[in-house]
Ligand binder design. Structure first.
Ligand SMILES: Nc1ncnc2c1ncn2[C@@H]1O[C@H](COP(=O)(O)OP(=O)(O)OP(=O)(O)O)[C@@H](O)[C@H]1O
Ligand SMILES: O=P(O)(O)OC[C@H]1O[C@H](OP(=O)(O)OP(=O)(O)O)[C@H](O)[C@@H]1O
Ligand SMILES: [Mg+2]
Length: 285
């Protein structure tokens, strides 16, 4: 059985479970279940703290897992990214009291509070900056007000938490993070496990594509087909089908979901009619 680690709590938990369900895997029904065996697909799911996922995967006790890129790098475990999951995006940044700092060189000799000491120490060491890294479990933004640190390094998504604490980011982002599927950096040579990992990846890729694209159908005068197809090139090439009226053809193509309305406006402008958009329930490319 393939062993897969899924975050049991936090921002990544619900979207990870939703994605696995969309990929056709059984998932736990309630949050107190620690494991779930999907016999039909030959997969055993382990619901673990997202911070621990990289540790288990790195040690080879589970085959693959979902966690944040930031957590994986912080853990220094022997794990490697296989694919991004399309959710849980954030940046990891330094921040200090508004107006207090403008360059990371100013961190030298200061106290930096963070829940990601591995990541922060690596980043500072690479730049020759010496600082006292204070490890906290969370709510790191409050540490400056309470006098425990001069600088923080933390996850920033909307920036609301920082603003509420009167803090401001400075310097370049330390990291751009998102949820990622990871596996051991030195996987055992096991053909069955390798095959199952490939199936899992193809299914997850299918979910990503189904979420990112729609299918667009429209009718188009033959004389205008080249201009219309240039707007909807699809992934490989659009399907063109004859219509009873020989002056028209039907076109079917995949279009990025976020561009749906723009492409429909442009197609209509070119002369296409009967433009229909359909969600993709699942796909394998
Ligand atoms: N506000 C956020 N937006 C997007 N991703 C986030 C956010 N906060 C944390 N993450 C991501 O979630 C992962 C952190 O997992 P963690 O278990 O700490 O979740 P959490 O949302 O902070 O929950 P909790 O603090 O309750 O444990 C990291 O990969 C991080 O980049
Ligand atoms: O930029 P924002 O949209 O405000 O999000 C960022 C905040 O979200 C996370 O906190 P979380 O709620 O996980 O609390 P924690 O610090 O206790 O982990 C993170 O640690 C930041 O504090
Ligand atoms: Mg948190």
């Amino acid at each position: 059985m393939l062993r897969v680690a899924i975050p049991n709590k936090g921002s990544l938990s619900e979207p990870a479970v939703a994605m696995m369900k969309e990929a056709g895997y059984a998932q736990r029904r309630e949050s107190k279940e620690l494991t779930l065996t999907d016999h039909d697909n030959g997969v055993e799911f382990f619901y673990l703290r997202p911070r621990d996922v990289a540790v288990y995967v790195g040690s080879g006790t589970v085959d693959v897992g979902i966690t944040g890129r930031d957590l994986m790098l912080d853990s220094h475990s022997e794990a490697a990214e296989i694919m991004p999951m399309g959710f849980g995006g954030s940046t990891f940044r330094f921040a200090a009291r508004a107006g207090a700092m403008s360059d990371i060189s100013e961190i030298h000799g200061r106290r930096v509070a963070t829940s990601y000491p591995g990541l922060v120490r690596d980043y500072l060491a690479e730049r020759g900056i010496e600082a006292d890294v204070v490890r906290l479990d969370g709510a790191v933004e409050t540490s400056i007000t309470l006098g425990v640190a001069d600088v923080i390094a933390d996850v920033v998504e909307t920036g609301t938490t920082l603003r509420n604490a009167g803090l401001e980011v400075f310097g370049d982002p330390i990291l751009r993070s998102e949820a990622v599927l990871i596996r051991s950096a030195n996987p055992q040579a096991d053909a069955d496990a390798e095959n199952q990992v490939q199936v899992l990846c193809r299914r997850l890729q299918g979910v990503l594509v189904a979420r990112q694209y729609v299918v667009m159908d429209y009718d188009c005068p033959v004389a205008l087909l080249d201009r219309a197809v240039a707007l909807t090139p699809g992934l490989e090439s659009p399907t063109i089908s004859p219509l009873h009226d020989k002056a028209w053809v039907a076109v079917r193509s995949m279009v990025p979901r976020r561009a749906t309305n723009l492409v429909m406006d442009q197609l209509y402008g070119v002369g296409a009619r009967g433009i229909l958009v359909t969600d993709i329930a699942a796909c394998r490319l």
